[in-house]
Design a binder for this molecule. Structure first.
Ligand code: ADP
Length: 548
């Protein structure tokens, strides 16, 4: 027997319709590429999203076609989130930090029909325009007055404000199956070609519901959210959708991601919640510390994308009274999978106990199930000390990659359930808190035993002279691999190899101690701000560890 409730598909457009009707006056503030601070409301943004939907129709964009963006976090990008997906087309967010060749590959693979770009990326667009064969129109996200003269070299160039203004505000969002594709994001593909993850209206709306929960991102109509995490990377962890759902004020930093610009915006707009990867917070904390500033309104920041160094959570918590929520996710999981929110039994933990728990990536949010399996695919029980590969499943977890219909990335267990193998190596404790020790490709295997490079990096990061640390496997004649610590010192700070090695004493098992330390000026970062350990391994491939 069917239930007898209304059949209403979960569509992206319903989020902006809700925000317009029930939070119409709520503000959206954006630092723009044009250099100013722009203010709008959900009401205006909804109207302009409808104009945009009409404009796309006028450009001949069909349902299911991909419309790409190369853009910072800002209100125009948010209009595209709703205008493109709401009209039934697919929003394809491109990562502007990728190499032009990779962008060309991705745009061609996705067969993008129109590409919208912020002026910052004009040189990038000029480099790819001749090679991205499917793109019929290039749209500069600005007005005519701000269009630089050299934009003329882009073929079929349109100006965003002109096409939006020329279109009617009257548009009825179409209704269709909630499983229709709404967005596309490629994984950075450290090995092989990038792969496309095709989100559906249903998966993104369900993800937004879950992401808004108190033990997840905890967003409400009283919050002011500043997503530092880019809208070109897994939908800024879903925050634009969450904010429309909850009626939160949004503050977009645009291209200005340096410590001062961010801090100014946090203070002037009274930001309460933020989210980003550890490398961004490093810049912000360095600025705040150097200028003896603080945070007046910010109460929480979500840190994920790579492991949050415990030293960072401690500085935020103890010095600035900002609670860090450690979170884990992937492009393939929309991205939110786990958050490290405490349970009531943790109220009795002392400070050290709380910070120790925060090192973990946390427990599954409803909608995501997870388990850790051994090399034979058998589940390791919660509480097992042994680590294994993390598998996940749920309605916002990838089924298969875009245009790879023949390949099945999932594994099936004895119960017939399908799971997505994350490539992360983890443990799950008795309370259900997952802890990542490594990505499987970064694991250091010494004499057959795994050494957790993330733990070793976290310890180094707690040293006051260390700005960034990566621990990689270096070849060893006896043990196959041994840990080599690669360190970037803080400007003006001094520390020796011996001091750093001594810093590990008593903190890890003896056989985990790095065999050597090398100091470098910089560690290569990927397009999403993560350390590229594969590049470091390449760089130190012939490194001779001391054998004594
Ligand atoms: P890519 O895989 O292209 O680098 P993703 O953003 O999809 O981009 O990366 C997902 C991966 O990032 C995860 O599989 C995991 O290895 C890592 N990651 C994400 N969050 C965390 C975290 N809190 N701690 C440790 N690693 C994390």
């Amino acid at each position: 027997m069917n239930g007898q409730m209304m059949q209403m598909p979960l569509l992206i457009s319903s989020l902006i319709v809700h925000a317009e009707r029930h939070h119409g006056e709520q503000e959206i503030v954006s630092r723009r590429v044009e250099g100013d601070l722009h203010r709008t409301t959900y009401r205006e943004l909804a109207a302009r999203s409808r104009r945009l939907a009409n404009a796309l129709a006028a450009l001949g964009v069909q349902a299911g076609e991909r419309v790409a963006t190369l853009a910072w976090n800002g209100y125009r990008h948010m209009e595209l989130y709703f205008g493109v997906s709401g009209s039934g087309a697919v929003l394809h967010t491109l990562n502007p930090r990728l190499h032009p060749e990779q962008l060309v590959y991705i745009a061609n693979h996705a067969e993008d029909a129109v590409l919208f770009f912020d002026l910052t990326f004009l040189p990038l667009v000029a480099a790819v325009a001749g090679h991205a064969k499917s793109v019929r129109h290039w749209v500069a996200m600005t007005d005519r007055a701000h269009l630089p003269a050299d934009a003329a070299k882009i073929p079929n160039l349109l100006v965003y404000e002109e096409i939006v203004e020329a279109a009617s505000e009257r548009y009825v969002w179409p209704s269709f199956d909630e499983n229709t594709a709404c967005g596309l994001c490629y994984t950075s593909g450290t090995t092989g070609n990038p792969k496309g993850v095709l989100y559906s209206h249903r998966s993104n709306v369900l993800h937004a519901y879950a992401a808004a929960l108190p033990d997840a991102l905890d967003c409400s109509a009283r919050d002011v959210i500043l997503p530092v995490v880019p809208m070109f990377h897994v939908n800024a962890w879903g925050l634009p959708y969450v904010a429309a759902m909850t009626g939160s004020k949004l503050v977009f930093p645009g291209p200005a991601l340096d410590g001062k610009s961010l801090h100014d915006l946090f203070e002037s707009e009274k930001v309460t919640v933020s989210a980003g990867v550890p490398t961004v917070w490093q810049g912000l904390l360095a600025y705040v510390e150097a200028n003896k500033l603080g945070f007046t309104t910010m109460r929480r920041t979500v840190i994920g994308g790579s492991a949050c160094p415990p030293a960072m959570a401690r500085v935020f918590g103890e010095k600035y009274d900002v609670h860090v929520l450690h979170a884990w996710g992937m492009t393939e999981t929309s991205p939110l999978g786990t958050t490290c929110a405490f349970k009531s039994q943790h109220a009795s933990l002392d400070k050290e106990g709380r910070y120790a728990l925060m090192t973990k990536q946390g427990r599954a949010i409803y909608g995501v199930d997870m388990k850790v399996v051994d090399a034979d695919g058998h589940e390791l029980p919660f509480g097992s000390e042994q680590s294994g590969e993390l598998l996940v499943r749920g309605p916002w977890v990838l089924q298969r990659y875009f245009k790879e219909e023949a390949a099945n990335p999932l594994v099936t267990d004895a119960a017939g359930h399908q799971w997505f193998p994350t490539g992360d190596v983890a443990t799950i404790d008795a309370d259900g808190y997952m802890h990542i020790t490594d990505r499987s490709k970064d694991v250091i295997k010494s004499g057959g035993e795994w050494i957790g490079s993330i733990d070793l990096e976290n310890i180094a990061m707690a040293h006051p002279a260390v700005a960034m640390a990566a621990c990689i496997a270096a070849a060893h004649p006896k043990w196959d691999e041994r840990p080599l610590l690669v360190v970037v010192k803080k400007p003006g700070a001094e520390v020796t190899r011996e001091e750093l090695l001594a810093f590990y004493e008593g903190k890890v098992a003896k056989f985990w101690l790095p065999d050597d330390v090398v100091f470098v000026d910089a560690i290569p970062l990927g397009a999403t701000g993560k350390m590229q350990k594969n590049k470091l391994r390449e760089q130190f491939r012939d490194y001779k560890l001391p054998t004594a």
